[in-house]
Design a protein around this ligand. Sequence first.
Ligand code: NAD
Ligand code: MG
Length: 372
Amino acid sequence: SRRAKATSMNVQAPLNLNVDLGERSYPIAIGPGVLDDGALLARQVGGNKAAIVTNTTVAPLYLDKVAAPLRAAGREVVEIILPDGEEHKNWQSLMLVFDALLANKCDRKTTLIALGGGVIGDLTGYAAASYMRGVPFVQIPTTLLSQVDSSVGGKTGINHPLGKNMIGAFYQPRAVLADTATLSTLPARELSAGLAEVIKHGAILDAAFFDWIEANIDRLVARDPGALSHAIARSCEIKAEVVRKDEREGGLRAVLNFGHTFGHAIEAGLGYGTWLHGEAVGCGMVMAADLSRRLGLVDDATVERVRALVAAAGLPVKAPDLGIERWIELMEVDKKNEGGAIKFILLKPLGSPSISSVPPELLRATLESCVD
Ligand code: NAD
Ligand code: MG
């Protein structure tokens, strides 16, 4: 479904994908300079008004780049600049968005544009799902994580003081515009965190893609635009295919949680924000590979490949020492909603998933060998 499409002379042609969800299908354009194509941007706004939601970090970098061509195309543009941070993915920020939309007389035809990382994307998507019972929504993801993961799949929402992402909706965007040039300003830690989800897509669903990431990890870390475009496009294709088969998380979509059971325990155990989500997932994938080996599903060499690739992506491979009992408690909390034993996403072999509970002594052995 991928095809190159020439746009304008000075813009490198983006990679174009389509997320196939029937009447909720939408295109994704990926590449360096996607945002330089003002006509492409303007085409995403059907009505005469757009509201761009962004934050105090991204606004000085990219807000004018998005707003100017829309204004030039005759659209009225409302700018909504929120404070930066996961701690602001909350009800108060959502109300600030609604306040601005209502004060500016935005109607059902106003397009909401999310310009930023996953925090802005999730919050803006939820605002779009609920404002006047649903308005058009466009994603302009500016972190690697949001370009390869959160902008695809239609999960939107905010945090509640008692739980992350507890309030939300499934709501698909009209389009996703992923300009890899925006990644040039991303802090290195955030780039590595995004690479964790890229590696995850290969490890769990596409061994050939895993091979490609291994061969190109240095180019990816160096932000080579061609390598990044390919990694983002293949990640989006893999995630979109899972979402197409299981839009509302009936079962299959759970494979995207590879590395996340261990990762969530790290995030919660150290306190959210100590390790980035992607850092915890990187280490969690090494642990899940180790556990897969103990179950006889993969060999030593596979575990070593996962470990080496996670390390080469600039991610931690040694788990924090939370104490074995605390580790197990945290993983049980993570899974409590599903009832019964902890289910792990395992490799069987590299490139394909297997979901199962595991003997407690093998889990303990993994924890003992992976903890620093
Ligand atoms: P983020 O949105 O907090 O962005 C990380 C940091 O980078 C922020 O400080 C941000 O302001 C800054 N930033 C963004 N773009 C930049 C750029 N181009 N240059 C410089 N700085 C830039 O974090 P994230 O990792 O993008 O997203 C994490 C969020 O995504 C979490 O809230 C998570 O729950 C959510 N998420 C959602 C899904 C989903 O399916 N909806 C999937 C995964 C994660
Ligand atoms: Mg994740």
